[in-house]
Design a protein around this ligand. Structure first.
Ligand SMILES: C[S@@+](CC[C@H](N)C(=O)[O-])C[C@H]1O[C@@H](n2cnc3c(N)ncnc32)[C@H](O)[C@@H]1O
Length: 244
């Protein structure tokens, strides 16, 4: 992938089909976020097309967002209630918003869109600085599974139809923990490419970043219904609390 991939690339390239690919929030997610938000206000990092933010706003949560992709935010703005949600356009590594917030959250592996350990650490510090005393930072991210790679790369069939095929082609660098992927859609009207780049981090690495930012782990679940996190869990929902 060329060096032109930046904070807005993923969103700008996928905005037109994002809502067709990813459906409503998972059961339990909005209830849990409403409960953790308390009286707010709340900030979502990588707010995107408002998949999580719009139902939260509809439940009365005072929510703002950060996103680098104007195209993603324009999709949210076109939906009922979307124009009333303040969005700070920019890279969320520095958390360009004021606060203080009762809850900052980053869902759907979006935190791993920060592509270096330095940017991820900076995001924890900037988030901590924008939380109320005792405020919470929630992340939903996958647990890295390096067994899916062979010789540091993999190709996966996402969908195989009569007239189309969707593939995911990935390569990773164990030194940086960065995975370069392309979703490749091949159909009658040609080939479409949807690039996505992530820098994975292990749960313990995230806990260290949180501790160095003045936060400590309060909860770790494997799902939005507070399912326990175990050795076979494929993802985690981790909630860090800013020390008082
Ligand atoms: C997978 S989407 C998630 C959108 C929404 N949170 C949801 O759950 O559907 C990731 C979003 O994060 C944004 N994003 C990725 N990296 C970013 C960065 N470094 N700074 C700001 N926004 C970023 C993208 O533009 C996109 O809107």
């Amino acid at each position: 992938m060329s060096g032109e991939y930046g904070p807005a690339t993923y969103g700008d390239r996928i905005a037109d089909c994002y809502d067709d690919l990813y459906s409503a929030p998972e059961d339990g997610s909005i209830d849990l976020l409403v409960e953790l938000a308390g009286s707010g206000p709340v900030l979502e990092l990588g707010i995107g097309t408002g998949r999580m933010a719009l139902p939260l706003a509809a439940r009365g949560v005072r929510i703002e967002g950060v996103d680098a992709s104007e195209a993603m935010v324009a999709k949210m703005r076109s939906k009922p209630g979307g124009s009333g949600i303040p969005v700070h356009i920019g890279d969320f590594s520095g958390v360009p918003a004021a606060g203080p917030y009762s809850l900052v959250f980053v869902a759907f592996n979006t935190f791993f869109g920060l592509l270096s350990r330095e940017d991820q650490t900076r995001c924890f510090s900037a988030t901590s600085a924008r939380l109320q005393s005792g405020g919470l930072f929630l992340l939903e991210v996958f647990v890295p599974d390096l067994s899916r790679f062979s010789a540091n790369q993999t190709v996966r069939a996402i969908d195989v139809g009569v007239d189309s095929v969707a593939l995911e082609v990935s390569r990773y660098d164990p030194r940086t923990q960065v995975v370069d992927s392309q979703r490749v859609l091949i159909a009658g009207d040609g080939v479409k490419l949807y690039p996505v780049k992530v820098r994975y981090a292990w749960p313990a690495e995230l806990d260290l970043m949180a501790e160095s930012a003045g936060m400590q782990l309060k909860h770790r679940w494997s799902g939005w219904m507070r399912e326990p996190f175990g050795p076979d869990s494929r993802r985690h929902i981790s909630v860090y609390e800013r020390r008082r």
